[in-house]
Design a protein around this ligand. Structure first.
Ligand SMILES: Cc1ncc(COP(=O)(O)O)c(C=O)c1O
Length: 494
């Protein structure tokens, strides 16, 4: 006989009725193939004796199993496990544990080789090169938490907890419209704003709405790799124009437009990603005129507008968006912290409405409480105060980082001191390669990361971006020491 006594356990102290506890265990035994279809179950009286429960409990359990279709009752013969149950694979203990560690799905799905990002776990004691992120230790978490708590404890807050507009919280849209108009010379209303979960979402939505297979989008010959990948995912054709010390070469773009129709230009006009240069005033006007003449969209990704060390910030292309050709994208993820997924897409009202519809299918809506928190954080002037504080710190870090680079590493690298942003564009002398550097660097507890992503166009410029803003003075010194030790080892081995 099946070992019912040892296989069926129940707990009299929990609320779940005994008959249900037993029924659920029977179901598990059947699903695991331990009691197979067609098996006759022991009579209710015998099982009640074995388990020391009232017979009514067993009868109720069998009835439950009958109702759910796990067993069938054959008059005058007894209760049998339903023969028509689909064949269940027997799971032995060893392959049950394997099943939980399963790495490969039991079905096929569309993998995409364009998607580059590797997921790496950070190791203690190692320094990781980033391409210009903020120092999260400087995040005003207490201030943000205070505002969040205040908002969340308001009496009428429940209305914000419901399903709401896919455009994002209306208060934040109003505050942002005012903020962007005052600080960046935009001329917009809340209807021109879609709140996103960061710049990347703005880019993704724009790409979905603008591009279909083989449509042309123009980018710099060096470009932000995630932007390239986002457009390639749409199977768009990426065409590249040169980038010099004044940004994208717009004359080349014009020649291109004369020959072929393009759908969009993606640009990081303020600080070109990755080389950090600023698009000159003359090229800005030229680009805007071309967009109007040839009816293409300009996706302006203003990812680090706030950090300018040598001059006042240059107004974005979006501030001259008379013809409605600019889609302006930004977020607080660089200025406050990447974890706060609050960004914006600014464009003509019809584009914003379409993007808002589409957004609802990847992310039903934003986080209204967080958005209200940021509305308050911006309106109260806290964001501007935070930026002013960061500016001073990042300026000192930039100066120290560049000074040490120059003093210790000019035999190996060339670079210009960036006028803004949080990273340096560093070109390795061509007698060395980043493969050598990254392999050697690991020995010195320095992880260079995905340096290949800076040359998706295969221009062999030998440059990568290295962020300085996230390191303290001591960390910068340590970073330069490790990089210097790396380079010296390579030189010695050559
Ligand atoms: C040029 C550029 N655009 C967009 C993003 C994405 O920013 P967010 O975190 O706001 O999605 C980044 C992030 O590193 C970036 O460097």
């Amino acid at each position: 006989m099946f070992p019912y006594k040892t296989s069926l356990k129940f707990n009299k102290s929990i609320k779940e009725p005994l008959y249900l506890q037993l029924a659920n265990q029977f179901i598990l035994l059947i699903r695991e193939g331990k009691i197979i279809p067609g098996t006759k179950l022991v009579g209710s009286r015998t099982l009640a004796d074995l388990l020391k429960v009232h017979r009514k409990t067993i009868v109720a359990c069998y009835e439950e199993l009958l109702l759910q279709g796990w067993v069938e009752s054959v008059p005058k013969k007894g209760t049998f496990v339903n023969k028509k149950l689909p064949i269940i694979q027997k799971i032995t203990l060893t392959n049950a544990t394997k099943a939980f560690k399963r790495q490969n799905s039991g079905f096929s799905f569309y993998e995409n080789n364009h998607l580059l990002k590797k997921i790496t776990e950070k190791r203690n004691g190692f320094m990781y090169v980033n391409d210009g992120t903020s120092d999260t230790r400087l995040t005003p978490t207490e201030e943000i938490a205070r505002i969040y708590r205040k908002i969340a404890s308001k009496k009428n807050i429940y209305t914000f907890l419901d399903y709401n507009s896919t455009h994002g919280n209306i208060k934040l849209r109003e505050v942002l419209a005012m903020y962007l108009n005052n600080s960046r010379g935009l001329k917009i209303t809340k209807e021109n704003i879609l709140i996103t979960r960061g710049s990347q979402m703005g880019m993704w939505l724009s790409s979905q709405l603008l591009l279909k297979e083989n449509d042309i989008i123009v980018v710099g010959e060096t470009n932000y790799s995630s932007a390239d990948i986002t457009f390639q995912y749409q199977k768009a054709q990426i065409k590249r124009v040169s980038v010099d010390e004044n940004g994208l070469v717009i004359d080349q773009l014009e020649k291109f437009c004369k020959k072929q129709s393009i759908k969009a230009v993606y640009i990081t006009s303020h600080h070109h990603h990755p080389t950090t240069v600023t698009l000159s005033a003359e090229r800005r006007i030229h680009l805007l005129n071309l967009a109007q003449k040839y009816n293409f969209a300009i996706i302006e990704d203003d990812y680090d507008y706030d950090f300018n060390y040598n001059h006042a910030p240059i107004l974005p292309l979006a501030s001259h968006n008379i013809s409605g050709n600019v889609i302006y994208i930004g977020s607080v993820c660089k200025t406050v912290a990447p974890v706060f997924r609050v960004g914006y897409l600014v464009a003509s009202e019809n584009f914003v409405n379409e993007a808002a519809k589409l957004r609802g299918y990847i992310d039903r809506q934003g986080d209204a409480l967080l958005e209200l928190t940021f509305a308050e954080f911006i309106k109260s002037g806290d964001l501007d105060r935070h930026i002013r504080k960061l500016m001073k710190i990042y300026l000192q870090r930039r100066d120290l980082f560049c000074k040490l680079l120059k003093e210790e590493l000019s035999d190996y690298f060339q670079f210009n001191v960036p006028k803004g942003g949080m990273a340096v564009w560093l070109r390795l002398n061509k007698q060395y390669s980043w493969t050598q550097v990254s392999e050697e660097a690991i020995k010195h507890k320095l992880v260079i990361g995905e340096w290949q992503r800076y040359d998706l166009a295969n221009k062999k410029h030998n440059g990568i971006r290295i962020g300085f803003a996230s390191y303290t003075k001591e960390e910068i010194i340590q970073f330069i020491e490790r990089l210097t030790a790396t380079c010296k080892s390579i030189k010695k081995a050559l």
